[in-house]
Design a binder for this molecule. Structure first.
Ligand code: HEC
Ligand code: HEC
Ligand code: HEC
Ligand code: HEC
Ligand code: HEC
Ligand code: HEC
Ligand code: HEC
Length: 408
């Protein structure tokens, strides 16, 4: 950590600490949201926004963190499917006991230690990682669950030689994967910062107020003024500038820069540049940007974005719905701009327009391997990359050849 990062992190964490002490006092008074009284919590939106709430409940965002239970942990605890072996001869077995779920380390048949699954990170769309709480710290458990191969796998970046149980998780992890986390202390250990968390004190998932900002005043006002049809005490997204709308998503979809402020302080309308220091490193070509977590950089490098006004993530994504794998529906959003009539439709010759229209995505946003996120499954020699859609929308001859061969 360089000096700048050090001072900045210190400032951020001390302000989080002071803030968390305020929560503490208010939570003694009454049973409010741990974020404070200005937050109402998602369940209070149901009475007036039931439709939005109901569809939102099935999104990756809403389910991206959860208490670890037999239901939320997607991996198997059945014999034959619950073991991972390390090259030093030890192995880890996933065990479901009366007292909870555990990753248990063995050397030969000798039990070394059992580590509890406390929190699940990841909705189970592609992968899940697990956190275990001990003495104020969260540790990432060595085994993650890798959905495409339905198998446990050594967590990304973890050594293949032995099970690593001492990787401490920083608060930034919760900043992208939860709505709030209870911090009980922030200490300096030499040049290192050390955060202490309250056990399992989280507002799980990315909730409504993570994107829309605190809404308790909005709820109170509309409850007592049921005739008012205009939204009061809440930021109107439609009134924001396009860059502000992009920044709402880029907060978590542009990678983790050097933070200036806690991501939890973000309110719609804020500029991303107030949360991260500008990155002065050599600009990389878009084609070299990792597909994981960098949708903002890739999309804004695409011609669609550069050549149009006011295009943002909502041009294709409905933030309140799970529209995963609905490629025909998503292709219709491409055709809002690329219509056959105005000649900006696909230039691919000799292809049937109806077939093209059913799926623009596989040719122009192919699923690509991440160079950063790779997972090693049991008995494999080399790790498998996690794969996701690139948001660099352009012409991919290789992907086209593959799809065309399917057309025939
Ligand atoms: C007592 C009724 C009521 C409750 C409870 C309520 N709202 Fe609203 N909300 C409204 C009304 C009325 C509008 C204006 C009409 C509309 O857009 O639906 C509105 C509009 C909105 C808008 C649209 C702003 C825009 O861009 O135009 C957002 C965002 C919003 N509410 C968020 C929330 C959140 C988050 C919660 C829960 C924490 C919540 N509301 C709870 C009544 C309510
Ligand atoms: C990932 C960020 C995000 C989350 C989480 C989120 N919203 Fe929204 N919301 C938006 C954006 C962006 C818009 C603007 C509309 C658009 O772009 O389609 C919006 C618009 C709205 C609107 C007004 C327009 C409409 O679609 O009805 C309401 C009301 C609303 N949100 C309520 C909610 C409620 C209630 C929740 C929680 C159940 C929620 N939102 C969760 C990002 C979010
Ligand atoms: C607070 C951090 C955060 C913000 C803000 C955020 N996202 Fe996300 N987003 C995530 C995380 C974390 C995931 C992975 C969720 C999971 O576990 O499946 C995700 C997943 C997604 C997915 C894939 C979901 C699926 O179900 O297939 C889409 C699409 C997406 N985000 C779009 C957006 C858009 C659009 C916005 C802005 C309106 C936005 N996100 C704002 C953190 C965020
Ligand atoms: C800067 C924001 C950010 C931070 C910090 C972050 N993530 Fe994520 N994470 C994301 C986004 C965005 C996605 C989904 C989209 C993608 O992978 O491109 C994701 C995906 C994941 C997934 C896969 C979920 C799925 O099925 O798509 C897991 C598991 C995960 N993150 C765990 C973690 C853990 C554990 C940490 C902390 C050590 C962490 N992440 C830190 C933003 C973040
Ligand atoms: C808001 C309008 C809009 C939407 C929505 C949109 N595009 Fe575009 N796209 C454009 C514009 C404008 C250009 C630039 C055209 C030009 O000037 O050549 C473009 C260019 C392209 C190009 C050429 C890229 C290159 O590098 O040569 C492809 C391919 C493309 N779009 C595919 C798509 C696909 C696939 C989707 C849906 C996933 C989509 N577009 C959605 C506006 C849009
Ligand atoms: C089978 C793969 C495939 C599908 C499906 C497909 N495209 Fe294309 N598209 C291509 C190829 C290859 C080119 C380049 C053709 C050339 O330049 O000879 C292209 C060219 C384009 C261009 C023009 C790029 C330029 O150079 O100006 C646009 C815009 C575009 N496609 C949009 C779409 C849209 C929108 C859809 C869905 C309705 C779609 N494409 C479906 C493969 C595909
Ligand atoms: C031109 C249309 C378009 C725009 C604009 C767009 N996306 Fe996407 N996005 C897609 C499509 C299509 C998919 C693939 C959905 C699928 O395969 O289920 C996708 C998938 C995703 C995923 C899941 C990726 C994966 O494979 O796990 C995330 C996360 C995401 N988008 C975030 C964003 C964010 C953040 C923005 C704005 C910076 C954005 N998208 C802008 C079309 C778009």
């Amino acid at each position: 950590m360089n000096k700048r990062q050090f001072y900045v992190s210190f400032l951020i964490l001390s302000s989080i600490f002071i803030f968390s002490q305020c929560f503490r006092q208010s939570s003694i008074k009454d049973n409010t949201d741990i974020r404070g009284e200005q937050f109402a919590g998602s369940s209070s939106c149901i009475s007036c926004h039931k439709q939005v709430y109901d569809t939102y409940a099935s999104t990756g965002h809403f389910n991206t963190s959860a208490p670890a239970t037999a239901k939320t942990v997607k991996g198997s605890f059945a014999p034959d499917h619950n073991t991972f072996s390390y090259t030093n001869g030890s192995h880890v077995i996933m065990e479901s006991r009366d007292s909870g779920l555990f990753q248990v380390e063995y050397k030969g048949s000798a039990l070394q230690a059992a580590h509890r699954f406390d929190i699940v990170m990841g909705s189970g769309r592609k992968a899940q990682s697990f956190l275990s709480w001990k003495d104020g710290k969260y540790y990432q458990l060595p085994l993650s669950y890798f959905v495409p191969v339905h198998s446990w796998a050594n967590s990304p970046g973890f050594p293949p030689a032995y099970p690593k149980f001492d990787r401490i998780i920083p608060g930034t992890c919760f900043g992208c994967h939860s709505a709030a986390v209870g911090i009980r202390d922030v200490q300096m250990e030499g040049m290192r910062l050390s955060e202490e968390f309250e056990k399992n004190q989280l507002v799980y998932g990315i909730d409504c107020e993570r994107c829309h900002g605190p809404a308790a005043d909005h709820v109170v006002f509309h409850t007592s003024h049921p005739a008012e049809k205009n939204a009061m005490h809440i930021t109107r997204i439609g009134g924001l500038k396009n860059q502000q709308r992009l920044d709402m998503c880029a907060l978590c979809h542009s990678g983790l820069g050097t933070p200036q402020k806690s991501a939890f302080d973000y309110r719609p309308g804020d500029a991303l540049s107030d949360y991260f220091f500008p990155d002065y490193t050599r600009p990389v070509r878009a084609a070299e940007v990792d597909v994981h977590g960098k949708q903002y950089q890739l999309f804004t490098a695409s011609k669609c974005f550069v050549k149009s006004n006011n295009m943002n993530c909502s041009s294709c994504h409905n933030p309140h719905r799970n529209e995963r794998d609905q490629l025909e529906l998503l292709s219709r959003r491409c055709m809002n701009c690329h219509q056959q009539e105005n000649h900006t439709f696909c230039k691919l010759k000799d292809a049937n327009a109806a077939k093209l229209a059913a799926n623009c995505i596989d040719c122009h946003m192919p699923v690509s391997p991440s160079g950063k996120i790779t997972l090693l499954t049991d008995g494999q020699a080399s790790p498998t990359p996690d794969s996701m859609r690139t948001h660099l929308i352009t012409v991919y001859p290789e992907a086209t050849r593959k799809i065309l061969s399917r057309f025939r």
